[in-house]
Every structure is written in structure tokens, then in C-alpha cells.
Ligand binder design. Sequence first.
Ligand SMILES: Cc1cc2nc3c(=O)[nH]c(=O)nc-3n(C[C@H](O)[C@H](O)[C@H](O)COP(=O)(O)OP(=O)(O)OC[C@H]3O[C@@H](n4cnc5c(N)ncnc54)[C@H](O)[C@@H]3O)c2cc1C
Length: 249
Amino acid sequence: MISQIVSQTVSKTVSKIISNERLSRDFYRMRVECPNDARMGQFYMLRAWARYPVLSRPISVFDSDGGTVSFLYKVIGKGTEIFSGLKAKEDITLQGPLGSAFPEVTGKIALVGGGVGIAPFYLAARQLKSAHPECRVDLYLGFSDGAILTDDYQEKADKVTVNVGGFITDEIDPAGYDHIFACGPEVMMRALYSKCREAGAAGKVYVSMENRMACGVGACLVCSCRTAGGNKKVCKDGPVFKGEAVFEE
Ligand SMILES: Cc1cc2nc3c(=O)[nH]c(=O)nc-3n(C[C@H](O)[C@H](O)[C@H](O)COP(=O)(O)OP(=O)(O)OC[C@H]3O[C@@H](n4cnc5c(N)ncnc54)[C@H](O)[C@@H]3O)c2cc1C
């Protein structure tokens, strides 16, 4: 039923994998041939199997050059384990780009990522700097164990702060920024939001929610989250929301 609705609303494309490299024990980066106009914060539903697991898996756009799209993913279960075994020239089914994007802002911008939540902020740093070269983009990357891709991120941002094994939220002073974007574990985003709220900066915060998802296109309610404006579907109304909407409900 869900798959019928999905195929009516968003087309899927079978795309060729260009590379799928292991970056650390659990992290991989996959680059795929796929014409796209993805914006920072959007995601694709990925599938590389016929029947099992039943559902495709949502993964954020890590980077895009218009003709290819890249994903940064962490192996945590069956679906991502299958992704990790894919080789160049093999096929993968992509559906997207889906969901809302981070707003195109300028001024002083902090991008705060925890774990695999760093994924959307490579494209975000690139798109923000190319739209407004005068803006300042500072990246805050938090990891529970080894850091990855810090040199790559460094090339795209004005400053990169890395925290391994602690709290990345401790590193940021909300008063120094006009806009603060966050993605990562909900507990991290909630802590960041509280810190910003105490500093009178709650309105500066946007968060990308990574709720478990089923259809990815708004046809079911699996990824619903409570917001100040009522229940919203993370896949269609989000994943990017104002921090106030999700943490002040
Ligand atoms: C909008 C969006 C963007 C995302 N972007 C990325 C990304 O760029 N890179 C990346 O690695 N991951 C991303 N994720 C998370 C990713 O979709 C899941 O890790 C993936 O679906 C897990 O599939 P699996 O089959 O490997 O694990 P499963 O076998 O489905 O699950 C393994 C374990 O992880 C738990 N789990 C699975 N998904 C989630 C979730 N979303 N939140 C909390 N616990 C979960 C399960 O309950 C289970 O305990 C994103 C999720 C969303 C909603």
C-alpha cells in the first residue's frame, strides 16, 4: 500500500555507484551518478535490495555537484551494512532529493553536527559560502570516538572545532552567531537549544530531525514529531525545523 502511494508521488531512479569508501570503523562515503538539485539538509531514500529489509533508508545529502550525489553513512544495522558492501559500478535505487532544506542565510553561521549528524553540513558550508562569500561559517563537529573528514570540512568553512568523546555543545558561544544549525542525536540538539535559549538566542536555531522513517514522502505517519504547530511529518514537513517549533511544544 505504502509503496504504491510512494511510486505515484516521487519517482525512483536506479543509479550507478562511483565509489564507496570506508573512512573509519563504521563510517563510509558513497558517491553515486545522479543528476540533482539537492539543497543543504535534504535527503534521499536509498535501497540496494529487493525485498528485505522492507523499507528504504533515509540518508542526508553530504555533497552534490549537480551530476553526482554523495552520502556519508554509519553502519548501524542491516540496511547500512548492505550499503557498506556495495562496490563501484553496482546499482543503487535513489528517491529524492526529499524534505525541507536549511534556510539560505548570511552573517555569522554555526553548523553543529554530532556523529553522523555532521553529514548535511559539508554541503551546507559549501552552499552558504558560494551564495554569500562574505558570510562566516564555523563548523562544530562532535564525535564519540575518532574524528573523520576534518580536513575536508576545513576546506569549506572559516573555522572547524572538533570534540572527540565530550560535548560539542560546550564549545559554542551562541552570542557569537546570527544563525545556528544543528543535526545529530536529539539529546545533543536539545542541549544546544537550551543553551541558546538561556543566551536569548532560541530564535537563531534550526535543527534537522532524524526520526525513524518509513515511506519518506509523507504517505504514512511513522516519522511524526510533536511541534508547536501540531504533529508534523519529519520526511515532508522537515527534516529541518525551527528549534523553537520542536523543543518548545
Ligand atoms: C532525514 C534523515 C537523514 C538521515 N541521514 C543520515 C545520514 O546522512 N547518514 C547516516 O548514517 N544516517 C542517517 N540517518 C539515519 C539512518 O536513516 C539510519 O541509521 C538507517 O536508516 C538505519 O538503517 P539500518 O537498516 O542500518 O538499521 P536498522 O536495522 O533499521 O536499525 C538498527 C538500530 O538502529 C536504530 N535506528 C535505526 N534508525 C534510527 C533512527 N533514525 N534514529 C534512531 N535510531 C535508529 C534501530 O531502532 C535499531 O536499534 C538519517 C535519518 C533521517 C530520518
